[in-house]
Design a protein around this ligand. Structure first.
Ligand code: SF4
Length: 343
C-alpha cells in the first residue's frame, strides 16, 4: 500500500490483553505482539512516543498514538486517565494530533465514553469479529451482536471515527456468515475496516481445539478467496479496508507462535493480486482465441499486484490462455485498481 500524506502516522502502544475480561478462544496478544502483559508506566509511554516521533519523515502527515492489543475501555478508570493525561501532553505540545484505541463492543457505554470525552481521542476501533451469535459464542467472546450494534450507535452519536475489525474462519464460521458480518458492519457505516483470517496462536484455547481435532483452520487459498470478496464488497460501499491479514513481525514468523492456519506475511498483497488475476482473466476470456504476446498496462504502483507473488499470476494466465510472452507496462493514466489488456 502506498503511503499517502493523509494517512496518519501511527505510534503503536501495545497493551497485550490488558483490560480483557477473559481470553477469547482465538487470542493471545503476547504471541502477536511479542510483549508480555504488564501495565505500562508513564515514563515508558513517553519514551516510546518520543522514540517513534524520531522516525516520522513526512511532515504533513498527522500523528496518532494508538493503544492496541487489549481492551482499552476495560482498563481501570484511573489507569485510562493516566494514559490519556500523559498522551494528551503531546497533543498540547503539538507533537501528535490525536489518540486512538481498540476496545470490545461490550465495554462501550455512555459511562465509559464519559471518562474519555474531554481527551483528544478521535478514533475508536471495535473488535467485532463476527455478527453471528453462534460464531461469537464458539469463540468465547462473551458478548453478542447486539452489543456491537449498540456500541456502533453510541460511537457515531458522539462523532468518533469508527474502525471495525472482523475475523474470518473462526470456529463455526463460513463464507455466508462472513458476508453477513460484512453486510452488518457496512450498515454501521464505519470509517474503516480491518479483516483478519483466524490463525492458531500458541497458548490460545484454539490451539487446544486444533490439537485435539475440534478445530480445523481454513486454508490460505480459501481465506484469500473470501477476503477478496469481502474487500470488493466494502469497496462497493466506499468503506476503506485498511488491513487484511496480521501485521508481519519477527514473532509471528516463528513456528512456535503460529501453530497452523492461513498466515502469510503478504496476505493483503495476495488478495489484491487475486483481484488483478480475476480482472485480467475476465478481460482475456472475453477476447477471441489465443495469441503469442499480451501487453497489460497497470498503474506503476499495481505492477507487483498484477504479477502476483513470484509472478504466479502471469504463469496462470500464460497456461490458461496459451500465451508465450507477457509485457507489463506501467501507465500513470490508469487508476490503481484498473488494467488494460492488448494483444
Ligand atoms: S480478542 Fe480482544 S478482548 Fe479478546 S482476549 Fe484478545 S484483546 Fe482481549
Amino acid at each position: 500500500m502506498s503511503l499517502k500524506k493523509n494517512t496518519p502516522f501511527i505510534i503503536p502502544i501495545f497493551l497485550p490483553n490488558l483490560g480483557c475480561p477473559h481470553q477469547c478462544a482465538f487470542c493471545n496478544q503476547t504471541s502477536i505482539t511479542g510483549v508480555t502483559p504488564d501495565t505500562i508506566s508513564t515514563e515508558t509511554l513517553c519514551s516510546l512516543i518520543n522514540e517513534f516521533l524520531e522516525y516520522k519523515t513526512i511532515q504533513r502527515r498527522s500523528v496518532q498514538v494508538s493503544f492496541y492489543g487489549g481492551n482499552f475501555l476495560g482498563l481501570k478508570k484511573e489507569y485510562i486517565r493516566i494514559l490519556l493525561d500523559e498522551t494528551t501532553k503531546f497533543v498540547k505540545n503539538k507533537r501528535i494530533n490525536s489518540i486512538r484505541f481498540s476496545t470490545r463492543p461490550d465495554t462501550i457505554s455512555d459511562k465509559k465514553l464519559d471518562i474519555i470525552k474531554d481527551y483528544p481521542v478521535s478514533t475508536i476501533e471495535i473488535g467485532v469479529q463476527s455478527m453471528d451469535n453462534q460464531v461469537l459464542a464458539m469463540a468465547k467472546r462473551g458478548h453478542t451482536a447486539l452489543e456491537t450494534e449498540k456500541a456502533a450507535a453510541l460511537l457515531k452519536e458522539r462523532n468518533y471515527d469508527v474502525g471495525m475489525q472482523m475475523m474470518v474462519g473462526l470456529p463455526g464460521d463460513d463464507e455466508t456468515k462472513s458476508l453477513f458480518t460484512a453486510q452488518r458492519i457496512a450498515s454501521f457505516s464505519p470509517d474503516f475496516v480491518r479483516i483478519y483470517p483466524t490463525v492458531v496462536l500458541a497458548h490460545s484455547r484454539l490451539a487446544v481445539w486444533y490439537r485435539n481435532g475440534e478445530y480445523t483452520p481454513w486454508s490460505l487459498s480459501r481465506c484469500v478467496a473470501l477476503v477478496k470478496n469481502l474487500y470488493l464488497f466494502f469497496k462497493s460501499k466506499k468503506i476503506p479496508v485498511i488491513r487484511m491479514g496480521l501485521q508481519a513481525s519477527e514473532d509471528l514468523a516463528k513456528d512456535t507462535t503460529i501453530l497452523a492456519g492461513p498466515y502469510h506475511p503478504a496476505f493483503g498483497h495476495m488478495v489484491h493480486s487475486k483481484i488483478f488475476l480475476d480482472m485480467a482473466t475476465s478481460i482475456m476470456g472475453a477476447g477471441k482465441g489465443s495469441c503469442d504476446k499480451i501487453t497489460i498496462k497497470v498503474h506503476p504502483r499495481s505492477i507487483s499486484k498484477m504479477r502476483g507473488l513470484k509472478n504466479k499470476n502471469l504463469e496462470i494466465l500464460k497456461r490458461k490462455f496459451q500465451i508465450k510472452s507477457f509485457e507489463i507496462i506501467p501507465d500513470l493514466t490508469l487508476a490503481e485498481d484498473k488494467l488494460t489488456v492488448a494483444s
